[in-house]
Design a binder for this molecule. Sequence first.
Ligand code: ZN
Ligand code: ZN
Ligand code: ZN
Ligand code: ZN
Length: 151
Amino acid sequence: MKINLTKKQKLNNDKHNCGLCGRNSKTCQKTECCGNWVCGNESDYVMFSYSRDICCRNHRRFTLCGLHYTEGHDGDWKDCKKCLNWCEPEMVAWYGTNEYNFEKHPNPPTFEPTFCVQCKKVISLSMDGYTSFGKEYACEKCMSDGFEFKK
Ligand SMILES: [Zn+2]
Ligand SMILES: [Zn+2]
Ligand SMILES: [Zn+2]
Ligand SMILES: [Zn+2]
């Protein structure tokens, strides 16, 4: 059997800059959704670590581009109505404009801030911990202070 070593070596030395964090890494690969270079391996993710260091995972899981592709929507994600209605507008806006995007959504949905039913502080749905019950939201602090939703 003939093994083409030169080709293999060439592949291994083929480093690319990650389009998100700029790291020059051998682990860089092209995203399936938009064909941009990203670093990292999904398999490096440690379950429940909530690590956001793996660029390929971040892009696939936390952007509209990735969601649009995984859900099998048609057309361009920036024109996609399904993506816009996929979740609360605040989350859609975050998915469309966060730092895991190569391109930001040109018209992210506008949204009213979400307030904690207990302490009335604004909860950032993308950044803060919270618990929701129906249309009500409670922040992490109130939950840990023993707040319970009226059922
Ligand atoms: Zn990266
Ligand atoms: Zn993409
Ligand atoms: Zn879509
Ligand atoms: Zn609260």
